[in-house]
Write a protein of this length. Structure first.
Lengths: 255, 307, 406
């Protein structure tokens, strides 16, 4: 054996390993590079939604979402209140002004504030600051489509570590950030479980636990206000309230 | 007969008696005809807990017949399902999640065949009252009940209150005829055919949970739920008390109360307190739970928590 | 058999005597009969439509009926104020008047029972309260205690004067063992009826305005103020318009009782007000509503202050003996003021504020409906009617107007 053998063996192994790494797991590499590229280019606005504007196609009726009428509001540094219409359409101007809407840490704020690539995006598409784009109101401007949706397989969701998830396991995805809430949900403390309290016996199937996305819109999770049902009406003393029978002589005693 | 007391010639004693007779006749003239036929069996019916199985079956059949006649239907059923073994019901309400939408109030009214009130006023009987509370305070005196603005409002949180089904219930102690008592599964019930309507229980309740039928309950045909429980949502009568029964008709079949299932935010949690894996025990173990007006010492089955 | 026949004759003659008298007497009975008919008509309306014809609500679920009930229990209890000196201290002068006090007590107790029945949602289910036949929640429910003590007191007050008057009618000396033990029992029993009624309120932890130890002593103090005042007014009428033998000492004695009880009542009021308002805790809400109004609601404020002014003024005039020597009006108006003041205290000052605010902080004020007032007036008519005829009966026997054949 001459002295050059171990060196060549080492370099050969290294080459083999690099090839294996680079080729044996292409999808992860592709997704990762895509996500990194996407993040740096498009952070803060989401061209996916130029086509996928309607995010409501697959979910159960959102009890609260149905009654949303007034737009979400955010306040700028000077105390001015701005409205962000529900449905995640914002003007570019509003999007750029949205930097401090949520409690972002310094790193995120910098990334969001940078709005890297938006000038190019505007130039490419011939847009002005008054034109609208799609904004994701989840995570304070931190998240975008491909953070949850698998870029390679659109029928899957993807977790922060690249683990693909089916849409039926979406709670695991939510729980990867909202851990305590997931634990509560699994214990039946958080969220909605309808049908049965009694989970013994075969009828337990009737009990339905609502998925995260059945109440929370992952694209714009904040709940808006709604109008309550009718206020209680006190029984006004002095008149018999049966079958609409009124007695005029007692009307004067109403409060 | 010999003379006894000496009367004056005018004999005003007889006049006085005649006056009384006139007054009595006048009274008889204003008395109304009895609205419903007098039912001796109903009048003599014993207390629910004292009915033998045969008497109970007869009573339920009689009630079904009466309800069908009264409401012109043919599908009323009144059951008397007993408490389930090994079950003690409890309720937990998440005050961080309640938005005060009052959907629970409406669902309860619909489930329980409740008096809908005067059609012009809408003063129906409601077992649940939602309080709009000031953030930073637990003082119900500062609460607002008749808010109509959009919810949830800034600086407020919402606390629905209903019967707490107390284990040391002051209403049970107060009732002079034992028309209200706590069943084995923790539900405090009322025998509507035994209650005399004295309203002492209403005075005793620290949670203002007990409601009285001040008049004949108004129940339109489209509002009627025909599957009822003797101690729960069967139609009530004028002059008796009623209150939340944890939807006894549903929970004894393993279902959730109506208010629980309708809540859009999932603030309401219901289950068996004796089940360590059930939601209530989990909540008590994991969350910061408190009891409303705990100082009243009634040991309720209703908990509130924040999370 | 003869005994029974004699008793039957006694009853018949007594009843005949009750409806026989001067024009003023019969006019009074006629007036009361009209009130009774008015009340019965109103009650039938209530029986038909339910208690919705009253002003009561789920927020204020007890009203005028229970307020009057609470006041009248006190009046009934006050009969004992004459029993104590009459029988315990063998004050002969007072003894004669005791019978009259007991007649007042009977009328008052009957009114109490009628007010409770009028307040019930289902009076047809009254039999549910009979032990063993129904289901009587004794001894846990304070209402069950009230049923026992009120009916017991009624029986005591029917027996003692009934027996004594029958013996007087026959001209025989009554046997001590047949009435004296009952008399002593009635002394304790009178205190108990009002204490039990107070406990009805104080035992409720959910009503902080009532859940105070001071309630029972205040009940006794105000009962022994208003009750004897009421009795004095009756005695004045009997003294002035009948030949019933009565001295002055009994009225002086009762006036002293009224004064001392009234002063104690004021002291207890001061104690209550200080305790409520000094700490200004959440529990003061009902008291604040009563004395000063709460969140713009102040319907009771004029009532309670009127009551306090009447109370204090009446007591000041009672302190002065000069008033006693003056004419009938001047010496009795303070008593009437006290009766009215304590009636307001028991009703507006105790029952209604206990419900406002509700346990959930809601304020819904109460005012009685016309129908409710009519039933109340009718029941007062019944009570005063019973008192009148029984007093007439007592007067008849004592003066010999009704007597057996020689």
């Amino acid at each position: 054996m001459n002295r050059r053998a171990p060196t060549s063996l080492l370099s050969g192994t290294a080459l083999l390993l690099s090839v294996l790494v680079l080729t044996a797991l292409p999808s992860i590499a592709q997704v990762t590079s895509d996500r990194i590229a996407a993040l740096s280019d498009y952070h803060g606005y989401y061209p996916c939604m130029d086509c996928h504007g309607d995010q409501e196609t697959i979910f159960q009726p959102r009890i609260l979402a149905e009654e949303h009428a007034t737009p979400l509001e955010w306040t700028d540094d000077d105390g001015g209140i701005h409205a962000v219409p529900y449905g995640t359409q914002v003007t570019i101007a509003e999007l750029l002004g949205q930097t401090d809407r949520h409690d972002l840490n310094a790193v995120n704020r910098a990334r969001v504030g940078a709005r890297v690539g938006i000038a190019d995006y505007m130039a490419e598409n011939d847009l002005t600051p008054d034109d609208t784009v799609w904004a994701l109101l989840h995570g304070g401007g931190n998240l975008w489509c491909l953070d949850c949706h698998d870029a390679a397989d659109r029928d899957k969701l993807v977790r922060f570590d690249g683990q693909p998830l089916s849409f039926n396991e979406s709670h695991l995805l939510c729980g990867s950030c909202h851990g305590p809430k997931l634990l509560d949900w699994e214990r039946g403390i958080h969220g909605k479980t309808v049908g049965r309290w009694d989970l013994r016996g075969p009828e337990a199937e009737e009990a339905v636990r609502w998925q995260c996305v059945e109440c929370h819109n992952p694209h714009a999770p904040a709940f808006l206000t709604l109008e309550p049902e009718a206020a209680p009406v006190p029984r006004v003393g002095g008149s018999p309230s049966d079958h609409g029978h009124h007695d005029a002589e007692h009307e004067e005693l109403e409060h | 007969m010999s003379k006894s007391t000496r009367f004056r010639d005018e004999d005003l004693g007889r006049r006085g008696f005649l006056k009384l007779l006139g007054a009595v006749s006048a009274t008889a003239a204003v008395l109304p005809d009895p609205a419903e036929a007098f039912d001796l069996e109903e009048f003599m019916q014993k207390h629910f807990v004292e009915l033998s199985p045969e008497q109970l079956a007869k009573t339920l059949a009689r009630l079904e017949k009466q309800y069908n006649e009264k409401y012109d239907r043919d599908d009323f059923s009144v059951n008397a399902a007993p408490p389930l073994e090994g079950v003690r019901f409890a309720y937990a309400l998440n005050l961080s999640k309640c938005i005060g939408c009052r959907k629970c109030v409406g669902a309860c009214v619909e489930e329980n065949n409740q008096h809908r009130g005067d059609p012009d006023k809408g003063d129906r009987i409601e077992y649940i009252r939602v309080l709009e509370m000031e953030k930073g305070s637990l003082d119900v005196e500062k609460s607002v009940h008749d808010y109509t603005h959009e919810v949830p409002a800034e600086g407020k949180y919402y606390m629905p209150v209903q019967c707490h089904h107390c284990n040391d219930a002051p209403c049970v102690k107060a009732c002079p005829v034992e028309a209200t008592w706590q069943e084995q599964d923790g539900i405090v019930v009322v025998d509507y055919n035994w209650c005399i309507g004295c309203r002492y229980c209403a005075a005793a309740c620290p949670y203002w949970a007990r409601k009285f039928n001040w008049s004949e309950p108004r129940l339109e045909d489209e509002d009627i739920i025909p599957d009822t429980h003797y101690l729960g949502n069967r139609p009530r009568y004028k002059g008796v008390m009623e209150k939340c029964t944890f939807c006894i008709n549903r929970v004894r079949q393993g279902l959730n109360p109506a208010c629980h299932d309708i809540c859009p935010t999932g603030s309401r949690k219901f289950g068996n307190l004796l089940d360590p894996a059930g939601p209530i025990r989990q909540i008590i173990a994991e969350k910061r739970v408190f009891i409303l007006k705990e100082e009243a010492g009634t040991d309720p089955s209703f908990y509130y928590f924040f999370d | 058999m003869t005994g029974l026949m004699n008793y039957a004759t006694f009853v018949l003659r007594s009843v005949r005597g009750m409806f026989h008298g001067g024009p003023r007497y019969l006019a009074w009975l006629g007036f009361l009969a009209v009130l009774i008919v008015y009340g019965i008509a109103a009650y039938t309306r209530q029986a038909e439509h339910g208690l919705a014809v009253t002003g009561m609500t789920d927020q204020v679920s007890w009203g005028l009926y229970i307020a009057n009930f609470t006041f009248l229990v006190g009046v009934a209890a006050a009969a004992v104020m004459m029993v104590i000196p009459g029988y315990l201290y063998h004050n002969q002068e007072v003894k004669g008047g005791v019978l009259l006090g007991e007649m007042v007590a009977i009328g008052a107790i009957v009114m109490c029972l009628l007010f409770v029945v009028a307040d019930l949602g289902r009076p047809d289910r009254f039999w549910h309260m009979i032990p063993y036949i129904g289901k009587f929640n004794f001894p846990v429910s304070m209402l069950s205690w009230d049923v026992v003590v009120l009916n017991g007191y009624l029986l005591l007050n029917l027996h003692v004067p009934g027996y004594l008057l029958y013996k007087k009618y026959k001209g025989e000396k009554p046997a001590k063992w047949l009435y004296l033990p009952f008399v002593y029992v009635s002394i304790l029993w009178a205190v108990s009826i009002h204490t039990v009624t107070a406990f009805l309120y104080t035992g409720l932890a959910g009503r902080p305005f009532w859940n105070a130890a001071i309630l029972a002593p205040r009940f006794i103090a105000s009962a022994f103020c208003a009750g004897p005042a009421f009795i004095i007014l009756i005695l004045e009428i009997i003294k002035g318009w009948t030949k019933f033998p009565m001295g002055d000492r009994i009225i002086s004695f009762l006036r002293m009782v009224v004064l001392i009880s009234g002063l104690i009542n004021i002291f207890l009021l001061i104690s209550e007000v200080f305790t409520e308002f000094y700490a200004d805790s959440a529990h003061v809400a009902s008291a604040r509503y009563l004395f000063f109004g709460l969140h713009g609601h102040n319907a009771l404020v004029p009532w309670i202050w009127t009551a306090i002014v009447l109370n204090v003024t009446a007591l000041i005039s009672l302190v002065s003996r000069k008033f006693e020597k003056r004419g009938v009006i001047l010496r009795n108006v303070p008593l009437l003021m006290l009766i009215v003041a304590i009636w307001i205290e028991k009703g507006m000052g105790l029952v209604f504020p206990g419900f406002i605010p509700s346990p959930l902080g809601e304020i819904l004020e109460y005012s009685p409906s016309a129908n409710e007032v009519a039933v109340t007036v009718g029941i007062w008519g019944v009570g005063l009617f019973i008192m009148t005829v029984l007093l007439k009966h007592a007067v008849d026997i004592e003066t010999g107007e009704v007597h057996p054949d020689e």
